[in-house]
Ligand binder design. Structure first.
Ligand code: AMP
Ligand code: MG
Length: 420
């Protein structure tokens, strides 16, 4: 039996995250497929979306009012002759060829501003008398007009390849005349839960048995992050069967395991992976929950030309640890496999409602509730029984991030959070 590597590599949270990011930057995403515009939402764009014409395609009025020459209304009140009316979608045949000195054209929001005019005076500051309009407020050159091509030039990239498509990106694709888009295929992500105590959801549990919930939370997170989850049968804490299932999992694009990575006698995941010649990049991170998290690659030493290995994560089995470590470490790798451009993890800040006291030394990600209204939002910890407490986490809508060196945080301080 090959020697089992017991050398542990425990990294700070930041180093562990950067380690995953560096590996993620080297992976090649799967190919692309064409999908209908609305089916592309949430998918990762596999081609740039380009503007098929200038945006806006003509100088666009942003107000209802009068297209004017700004010099004509430098001194107000000013009276101008109205020589036409331009509504949105008006054909050029019906638009005055040019606005001359002393002239104006009534214009609606979204309509093209005619030649000669360089601003739009708002209807609120005008009064019409027959074919004369009195303007009571000056406008500057360019005011209330978006010049042709100011938002995007024809042929320029509107949405970069590698972006996850949201409402605005879909709207841009629609405005560029794209009923279909090329998106990356979803990577296949194997999920393997380990533990002798585990049973499947549809079985009646014995007194000391635990239902396998991690495979489900992970399947949801994988899907949401752009992957195709594939749940393997539960692996017992027995090396041969565990090894068979890990080997099966390594046929996917990424393998996520839960449980069996702590220091117990039956925590066999690292041992079996070592037997499979795995490289371990870290075997722990200074965080809570989730300290025993493992990241590595299997099969990287395969002969040149063959698939250069499959990344895996050994996530701690406690259900909250599993969820948190997926978000912090597995997600960036999955997103890279899904074709997404890398992005840094950034925390937002919220005002703390009730005091936090912890032991320093670990960076903590604690289930919390962001509440309040408008600018008065506040965040507080959810009382919990530790990293096995799914019920408390289900009540949470964020995690408070407690820095490694903090022992006590008082109400009123702004604390980093990650929304969930
Ligand atoms: P382990 O990481 O294997 O030491 O497991 C830590 C704790 O998480 C134990 O209480 C396990 O029963 C629990 N656990 C492990 N895997 C799962 C799972 N798939 N679903 C629910 N709980 C789990
Ligand atoms: Mg276990």
């Amino acid at each position: 039996m090959p020697e089992v590597s017991t050398a542990s590599r425990i990294l700070s949270f930041e180093d562990a995250r950067h380690c995953v990011e560096e590996h993620a930057a080297t992976v090649r995403p799967l190919g692309t497929e064409s999908v209908e515009l609305l089916s592309a939402v949430g998918r990762v764009l596999g081609e740039p979306i380009k503007a098929d014409r200038d945006l806006p395609p003509f100088p666009r009025s942003t107000r209802d009012g009068y297209a004017v020459r700004s010099a004509d209304v430098a001194h107000v009140p000013a009276t101008l002759k109205v020589i036409g009316e331009i509504k949105a979608g008006e054909t050029f045949a019906n638009i005055p060829v040019a606005i001359g000195t002393g002239q104006a054209a009534a214009i609606m929001t979204g309509a093209p501003v005619p030649e000669g005019a360089d601003a739009v005076a708002m209807v609120e500051y005008s009064s019409l008398h027959g074919d004369r309009v009195e303007i009571s407020r000056s406008v500057l050159h360019g005011e209330n007009v978006v010049p042709r091509g100011a938002e995007a030039r024809s042929g320029s990239v509107l949405v970069e390849s590698g972006r996850r498509l949201n409402d605005a990106a879909i709207a841009l694709a629609a405005s560029a005349g794209r009923p279909e888009l090329r998106v990356h295929k979803r990577p296949r992500i194997a999920i393997l839960s380990t533990g002798d105590e585990l049973i499947e959801v549809d079985k009646a549990p014995g007194a000391t048995e635990i239902r396998n919930s991690n495979s489900y939370s992970l399947a949801v997170q994988v899907h949401e992050a752009g992957g195709e989850p594939f749940r393997l049968p539960i692996a017992p804490d027995e090396p041969n069967r565990l090894r068979k299932l890990i080997e099966q999992g390594l046929e996917a694009d990424l393998l996520l395991m839960t449980g069996g990575v702590s220091m117990g006698r039956y925590d066999l995941v690292e041992q079996v992976l070592s037997e499979l010649q795995a490289d371990f990049f870290f075997t722990g991170a200074q965080i809570q929950p989730g300290r025993p998290v493992v990241f590595g690659k299997c099969g990287a030493r395969a002969p040149a030309g063959e698939k250069s290995g499959v990344y895996f994560f050994g996530l701690p089995g406690n259900p909250v640890s599993t969820m948190v470590t997926f978000e912090l470490f597995a997600r960036p790798m999955l997103e890279a496999l899904a074709g997404m451009s890398p992005r840094k993890l950034a925390f937002v800040h919220a005002k703390l409602k009730t005091e936090i006291k912890v032991k320093p030394g670990l960076k903590r990600f604690l289930p919390a509730i962001l509440s309040g209204e408008f600018e008065d939002s506040q965040v507080e910890l959810v009382p919990w029984q530790g990293s096995g407490d799914i019920a408390a986490t289900a009540r949470a809508n964020c995690y408070i991030v407690v820095p490694t060196d903090r022992e006590m945080i008082r109400p009123g301080e702004f604390v980093p959070i990650t929304l969930r």
